[in-house]
Design a protein around this ligand. Sequence first.
Ligand SMILES: Nc1ncnc2c1ncn2[C@@H]1O[C@H](COP(=O)(O)OP(=O)(O)OP(=O)(O)O)[C@@H](O)[C@H]1O
Ligand SMILES: [Mg+2]
Length: 226
Amino acid sequence: MAKKILLSASNIHKSYSQGIGELQILKGINLQLYEGEALGIVGTSGSGKSTLLQILGTLDRPQAGELIYEDKNLLAMPEEDLASFRNETMGFVFQFHHLMSELTALENVMLPCRIGGVPKDEAEAQAHDLLNLLGLNERLSHYPSQMSGGELQRVAIARALVRKPKILFADEPTGNLDSTNSGKIQEIFFLLKEKFNLSLIVVTHDVSFAQRFPRLLRMKDGQWFS
Ligand SMILES: Nc1ncnc2c1ncn2[C@@H]1O[C@H](COP(=O)(O)OP(=O)(O)OP(=O)(O)O)[C@@H](O)[C@H]1O
Ligand SMILES: [Mg+2]
């Protein structure tokens, strides 16, 4: 079966104004992401990996370029439509968990559903199932301050997946973990990818993680290099 392109980015340019000049960060990036594929991105610090991830995930806008999801021209969508599209289609995991300290694990995972208008019972059932799957069934009512680093990251992963996104973006998701926990989180990413037919885009400095990706792209100075 032919592979289906899910997300296609063309000629993405991003710069920041710096004094009187412009600082070019992304210099015409092209990328095609296939359905169900696991893509890793590596590159030196400051090369533009996080900037690109934010743009692909529609959290930031480029100055030039095109971003197409299936037949949707994302950069032409009104912000409100884009926000609900993002909530339903894309999940995000970062180096720091960004969980809400005043909510329990279960409530944190339910939050994207509640924002998206999913009824409470349904949201709770979905959050519960995912936390179970990630081995956190005994941590449902724990607050972030009552969990370990590895557990917090698993809750963050559950939160990213609770809307059943098509693409999971992760920016150094193991950056804060020891090698044992990093290994566990790596396993979880690939397990979830298979289970939900997710497309993964993972930026990582972790060599053990990077080498597990069937496709690994290297970024240098705002461009791909081989
Ligand atoms: N808001 C901003 N204003 C100006 N420059 C910025 C801004 N955000 C990022 N940059 C610059 O863009 C460049 C790329 O940053 P980015 O965070 O994408 O790098 P990275 O590849 O993710 O690095 P790391 O591996 O350290 O996370 C850096 O030189 C950074 O200083
Ligand atoms: Mg970064």
